[in-house]
Ligand binder design. Structure first.
Ligand code: GLN
Length: 241
C-alpha cells in the first residue's frame, strides 16, 4: 500500500477549535485512495529534518501558546523554509500561519518575532474578527469555515481567494490566507479540511506528485462534504437577509 507521511507540528500547543479534524480528514480521503497516511506528532523539533515528510500541518493557538511554539520552531526555521521553497505541501492555520511571517504585534504593542520564512506581518487588535466565513477561490471553488482571530495579516503573496462573507486576513482588503508554492495558510478553523475537500485533495495530490504515487480515483463521492459546506452557505445567506 502506498504511504504518505504527515508531520503535525506542536499538537500539544496548537489545536484550537478542533484543528486536529484536519488530520482526520486527510487520513480519511487518503484511505479512500488506498494511501496509508502516517502521522508524526512533533512537539520538540531538535534534529528534525524533512527527508521523510510529505505534508506538514500546523494548527492555531492562543497568543501565549503561539509564542512558545514559535520558540520551538525557530530551531528548524531554515530547514522549514527550504522545504517550503522546494514545494513541500503544507497547511497552517491562524496562529500557525501568522508566525511564518516576520512579526506578530500583540494588542498591547509587544512585538514578537516570527519565523521570518515569508515576508509578511500580523498586527493584533483587541476586537476580534469572528464568525462564519465564505471565500470564492479560483483554485478551490467556494471555501467555507469559521474564523476567530485578533490578528490582522498583511502581505502581497497569492491568497486563497476573495472573502464574500466575513473578514479573512484583515478587516481591509477582503482577501483570505496565503498560497505560496504548495504552502497554504488560513484563518479558517472549525476545522477547514472536512468541509473543503478540494483543499484536502490539493494537499494529497501535490504530495503524491512529489512522491510519484498515482492519485486515484481522482473524483470521490463528496455528498457529505458538500452537505457540510451547504450548511454554512445557507446560514450565511440567512444572516445577510
Ligand atoms: N494569535 C491568534 C489571533 O490572532 C490566535 C488565535 C488563533 O489561532 N485562532 O488571535
Amino acid at each position: 500500500m502506498n504511504e504518505l507521511t504527515v508531520y503535525h507540528f506542536m499538537p500539544d500547543k496548537l489545536n484550537l477549535y478542533s484543528d486536529i479534524g484536519n488530520i482526520i480528514a486527510l487520513k480519511q480521503r487518503a484511505k479512500r485512495r488506498n494511501i496509508k497516511l502516517k502521522v508524526v506528532d512533533i512537539n520538540q523539533t531538535e534534529n528534525v529534518t524533512f527527508d521523510e515528510c510529505d505534508i506538514f500541518f500546523i494548527g492555531g493557538g492562543s497568543d501565549r501558546e503561539q509564542a512558545l511554539a514559535t520558540q520551538e520552531l525557530t530551531k528548524i526555521k531554515s530547514k522549514l523554509k527550504d522545504a517550503i521553497e522546494d514545494g513541500l505541501p503544507g497547511l497552517t492555520v491562524c496562529g500557525g500561519y501568522q508566525f511564518l511571517g516576520s512579526k506578530y504585534v500583540t494588542p498591547d504593542g509587544t512585538e514578537l518575532d516570527g519565523l521570518n520564512i515569508l515576508d509578511f506581518y500580523t498586527e493584533s487588535k483587541k476586537d476580534r474578527l469572528t464568525g462564519d466565513i465564505v471565500i470564492e477561490s479560483d483554485t478551490f471553488g467556494t471555501i467555507v469555515g469559521f474564523e476567530n482571530h485578533g490578528g490582522r495579516t498583511y502581505h502581497n503573496f497569492g491568497t486563497l481567494g476573495e472573502v464574500t462573507h466575513g473578514f479573512g486576513n484583515n478587516d481591509d482588503d477582503a482577501k483570505e490566507g496565503i498560497h505560496y508554492k504548495n504552502l497554504l495558510g488560513t484563518y479558517l478553523h472549525g476545522p477547514i479540511l472536512p468541509k473543503n475537500h478540494e483543499i484536502t485533495d490539493y494537499l494529497l495530490e501535490k504530495a503524491c506528485e512529489r512522491k510519484g504515487i498515482v492519485f486515484e480515483p481522482k473524483e470521490l463521492d463528496n455528498t457529505e462534504e458538500e452537505a457540510a459546506k451547504k450548511v454554512i452557505i445557507e446560514r450565511v445567506s440567512q444572516q445577510k437577509k
